[in-house]
Design a protein around this ligand. Structure first.
Ligand code: 6R9
Length: 633
C-alpha cells in the first residue's frame, strides 16, 4: 500500500483516476470488515447522493482497537501530556485503551444510550475525550463534539439541531493559565435543551459544580458501577458502511453553523489511508498532532486515522506558549516525537518569540513535519523547515476541510518534491479542478480559479444534519456536478496547487473557520447596535483578523466601554474565538441603491488599502466611504 517514489505516486494516481472503484476497493481491503461491500460506489452530485461500500458491515473501533490487540497490545496508542508540565503524563497502550473504551461504552449503555442516538461531547483535551468518541462509535451512537471555546448559546444550538439526548463533559478544563468551567457552561446551555436526559461529568479540575439529581452523573462513579457489574468487554455494534459516525458543526457564509455528517465506512478508509500515505507513518514512530479534538483535524488525525493504523498518537492538553514558548519543543524532546503536525498560526506565534525557546531542546528525533488549517506563508514555512526540521524533514502542507474528512491536496512525506506555500498535488483518488465564475473548467497550467472536486472520495460529507437541501445548496449547486470547496486556488507550471484562501464570506482566524454573517448576527444582538458588517484583514499571527464596522448611534457609554460590551456579546453568543480584533464605529455602511452592503470596499479599508477602492458608482451615499476611510483603525 505504501507509495515508494514520485514515479510510483504518478502511477498510483493515474490508476485511482482511471479506475477509482478498483483503486478504493484495494485500499479498503486492508481494513477490517464484518462483511465486505456489494458495491464500491454509487453517486450523483445533483441530489447529492453518495454511497461508498454499500452493503458492507463494520465498526470503526474494531479497526482502531480490536485488530491491534494481537500484535500491538503493549504499544502506546495514546500518549497524553497534561497542560501543567509538573503533572505526570499518561500512556495508554492499545490493550488499555481497548479496555477503557469498552468500559465507557458500557457506561453509555447503562445511561440509556442506543445505536443512532446523538451524543454531544464538550470536554478538555484529556484521553477520556478520545475514549468518549470511540465509546460512542463502539455502540453506534453518533458523536457531535463541540470545541471547548464555544459558548453555552452555541452548544445549545448544536444540541437542539442534532436533538442530542446525552452530553459528556468535565467539571472544567485547563489551558495555559486559564481554567474553563465546562460543566457550568453546559448547565447554561441545557436550560434550552429539554432533549438531554443525562450528563456524564468527568473529574478534571474538581471545581465545584452543580450535579442535578436524575440527570447528572460522575464519569468515575459510572465506571465503578460497570466494574462491580463485572462487565469487561462491549461487543462492537455492527454498522452499515453508510450509517452516520459523527456530526461536526462548521461555519459557512450564511446562517448558523451546519452539521457536517460523516459515515462509518468511507470515513474510516479515508482517515486511515490519508494518515498512512501523507505522513508515510512507520511502525514505532511517535506522532504528535497539536490540534484540538473539537476540530476535524483532531477527529481524523489524533483519533481515527492514527489509531486505525496502529500508530502512537500524542495528545496535548495545553497551549504552545505556556508555561513558555518552548512547550512544543519540550514535548518533542521528552517523548522523542518523530512527526509533528501543527498549524501556521502556531508556527508564526512561536516564531515571534525568537530562537531562545529552542535552546537546549533536542529536536533530532523529528523526521517529518505537517501543516494544516490555512495557507502557510513562506516565512513561516522556512522557519519551520530550518529551525524545527533542521533542513532535513519534509513539510506536508495538507489542504482539506471538515467536509472532506481527510487530506485532499498535500505532498506525500519524502516522496513529493516540495515548494514552500504549495499544498502541491492531489492524493490518489482526489480529482481537483479549477473553474471560472461560470463553472467552466480551466484546463492547463499557470492558471487560477475556484477549487472544485469533480469525483467523489470516500471521506466526503454525505449531508448536513437534518437539512439535505442546505448541503446541496452550499456545496453542489454553485457548479453543476462538482463539489465546490469555497477556496480560491492557483496551479503553477508544474501542476502544483497553491490555495489562496476563501472566496466566500468565511474567515480563517488562527486556522478556525468563522462565518462573517454569524459574527454580524452576534454583534447585532448588542442593545445599541443597529447594523454591522464584518470582514477579514491580514493579521501577522492569526492569518486573518476580524474587523467589524458597527453602526451604534445611541451609545450610552464611551465608545471604549461599548466596544468591550460588544466583545462580551460576541463571546456570549458564539464564543471567545469569534471576538472581533477591531471595532470601528461608523454612522452608516456603504450600500448600493438596492441596499446591499459593499463588502469589497470595507475589505479594502480593513486591509489599509484605500488608494483604489474600485468602482464606487453604484454607492448610495459616497460620503459614508470617506468617513469610514478617515476613521479606519
Ligand atoms: C482541516 C481544516 C477548511 C478551510 C479550507 C481552507 C483552509 C485548510 C489549508 C487551508 C491553505 C492549507 N485550509 N488547510 N488553506 N492551505 N493547507 O482546516 O478544516 O476547519 O473545515 O477549514 O481551511 O480555506 O477551506 P476546516
Amino acid at each position: 500500500m505504501k507509495i515508494t517514489s514520485f514515479d510510483h505516486y504518478k502511477e498510483v494516481y493515474k490508476h485511482s483516476v482511471d479506475q477509482p472503484e478498483d483503486f478504493w476497493a484495494g485500499i479498503a481491503d486492508s481494513f477490517l470488515w464484518k462483511k465486505k461491500w456489494d458495491k464500491v460506489l454509487e453517486w450523483n452530485f445533483k441530489e447529492p447522493n453518495i454511497k461508498w461500500f454499500q452493503g458492507a458491515k463494520l465498526n470503526i473501533t474494531e479497526n482502531c482497537l480490536d485488530r491491534h490487540l494481537e500484535t500491538l497490545r503493549d504499544k502506546p496508542a495514546i500518549i497524553w501530556e497534561p497542560n501543567d508540565p509538573k503533572e505526570d503524563h499518561r500512556v495508554l497502550t492499545y490493550r488499555q485503551l481497548y479496555k477503557k473504551v469498552c468500559q465507557f461504552a458500557n457506561v453509555l449503555k447503562n445511561n440509556g444510550a442506543k445505536k443512532g442516538d446523538r451524543i454531544c461531547i464538550y470536554m478538555p483535551m484529556v484521553p477520556e475525550l478520545a475514549i468518549a468518541l470511540l465509546a460512542c462509535a463502539r455502540i453506534g451512537a453518533i458523536h457531535s463534539v463541540v470545541f471547548g471555546g464555544f459558548s453555552a448559546q452555541s452548544i445549545a444550538d448544536r444540541i437542539l439541531d442534532a436533538e442530542c439526548n446525552i452530553v459528556i463533559t468535565a467539571d472544567g478544563g485547563f489551558r495555559g493559565n486559564k481554567e474553563t468551567p465546562l460543566k457550568s457552561i453546559i448547565d447554561d446551555a441545557l436550560v434550552r435543551c429539554p432533549s438531554v436526559q443525562k450528563v456524564i461529568v468527568l473529574t478534571r479540575t474538581r471545581t465545584p459544580v452543580a450535579m442535578i439529581k436524575g440527570r447528572d452523573v460522575w464519569w468515575e462513579d459510572e465506571i465503578k458501577k460497570v466494574e462491580t457489574q463485572g462487565i469487561k468487554d462491549c461487543p462492537a455494534e455492527e454498522m452499515d458502511a453508510e450509517d452516520m459516525l459523527f456530526i461536526l458543526y462548521t461555519s459557512g457564509s450564511t446562517g448558523k453553523p451546519k452539521g457536517v455528517v460523516h459515515t462509518c465506512g468511507g470515513y474510516m478508509v479515508y482517515a486511515g489511508y490519508t494518515f498512512d500515505t501523507s505522513f508515510q507513518y512507520q511502525p514505532n514512530e511517535v506522532y504528535f498532532c497539536t490540534a484540538d479534538i473539537g476540530w476535524i483535524t483532531g477527529h481524523s488525525y489524533i483519533v481515527y486515522g492514527p489509531l486505525s493504523q496502529g500508530a502512537t498518537s500524542l495528545m496535548f492538553e495545553g497551549i504552545p506558549t505556556w508555561p513558555d514558548a518552548g512547550r512544543f519543543w519540550d514535548i518533542v524532546d521528552k517523548f522523542k516525537v518523530n512527526i509533528i503536525y501543527t498549524a501556521p498560526t502556531a508556527i508564526r506565534s512561536l516564531m515571534s518569540f525568537g530562537e531562545e525557546p529552542l535552546n537546549g531542546k533536542d529536536l533530532s528525533s523529528l523526521t517529518k513535519l505537517g501543516s494544516v488549517g490555512e495557507p502557510i506563508n513562506e516565512e513561516a514555512w522556512h522557519w519551520f523547515d530550518e529551525k524545527i526540521g533542521h533542513g532535513h524533514c519534509p513539510i506536508v502542507d495538507t489542504w482539506w476541510q471538515t467536509e472532506n474528512g481527510g487530506h485532499m491536496i498535500t505532498p506525500i512525506a519524502g516522496i513529493t518534491p516540495l515548494k514552500p506555500g504549495y499544498a502541491s498535488l492531489p492524493l490518489p483518488g482526489v480529482q481537483p479542478v479549477l473553474v471560472d465564475e461560470k463553472g467552466t473548467i480551466i484546463e492547463g497550467n499557470e492558471v487560477s480559479g475556484n477549487l472544485c472536486i469533480r469525483f467523489p472520495w470516500p471521506g466526503m460529507l454525505r449531508t448536513t444534519y437534518g437539512d439535505h437541501e442546505r448541503c446541496r445548496q452550499t456545496y453542489f449547486a454553485t457548479y453543476p456536478d462538482m463539489y465546490f470547496t469555497g477556496d480560491g486556488c492557483s496551479r503553477d507550471a508544474d501542476g502544483y496547487y497553491r490555495i489562496t484562501g476563501r472566496v466566500d464570506d468565511v474567515l480563517n482566524v488562527s486556522g478556525h473557520r468563522i462565518g462573517t454573517a454569524e459574527v454580524e448576527n452576534a454583534i447585532n444582538m448588542h442593545s445599541t447596535v443597529v447594523e454591522s458588517a464584518v470582514v477579514g484583514y491580514p493579521h501577522d499571527i492569526k492569518g486573518q483578523g476580524v474587523y467589524a464596522f458597527v453602526v451604534s448611534p445611541n451609545m450610552h457609554d464611551d465608545p471604549e466601554l461599548t466596544r468591550k460590551d460588544i466583545m462580551m456579546t460576541v463571546a456570549r453568543i458564539i464564543g471567545a474565538i469569534a471576538k472581533p480584533d477591531k471595532i470601528q464605529f461608523v454612522s452608516g455602511l456603504p450600500k448600493t441603491r438596492s441596499g446591499k452592503i459593499m463588502r469589497r470596499i470595507l475589505r479594502k479599508i480593513a486591509e489599509g488599502d484605500t488608494s483604489n477602492l474600485g468602482d464606487t458608482s453604484t454607492l448610495l451615499d459616497p460620503a459614508v466611504v470617506e468617513e469610514i476611510k478617515a476613521g479606519a483603525l
